[in-house]
Design a protein around this ligand. Structure first.
Ligand code: AMP
Ligand code: ZN
Length: 112
């Protein structure tokens, strides 16, 4: 979608540090990492929020891609967290749905 930063990153129009990619999804390093390893996994197709992820097939493959991305990031053995922010209280700032994949240290609970 025109003007969407994550569409541009997924298309390679804005440089990023790619951590995982396949036909449908791209994970790139977060520019403001909240853990030693922090990837942002997006579908290449523009979907604004989790609530707009209507395609069940895409949604299922997206979750599977999170596990593949975490494996590629090298955190499968140590563990990781997958987070989707939504809405004002959740803190979604970029309106292209994304999963944060966080690892590389023990993560506190509950999140802030
Ligand atoms: P959210 O608050 O869930 O919308 O998270 C958006 C995330 O995107 C934040 O963690 C930002 O640091 C990250 N981010 C924004 N722009 C970029 C970029 N150009 N490259 C990598 N990460 C980005
Ligand atoms: Zn987009």
């Amino acid at each position: 979608m025109d003007g969407c930063i994550f569409c541009k990153i997924a298309a390679g129009d804005i440089p990023s540090d790619i951590m995982y990619q396949d036909d449908e999804f791209v994970a790139f390093r977060d520019i403001d990492p909240q853990a030693p390893l922090h990837g942002v996994l997006v579908p290449r197709a523009h979907v604004a929020t989790l609530a707009d992820l209507a395609d069940e097939g895409l949604a299922g493959r997206y979750l599977q891609a999170a596990a593949k991305a975490a494996r590629a990031m090298g955190v499968e053995a140590s563990g990781y967290r997958v987070v989707v922010n939504y809405g004002p209280d959740g803190g979604q700032l970029v309106m292209h749905v994304h999963m944060h994949i966080l690892g590389g240290r023990a993560l506190g609970w509950p999140p802030g």
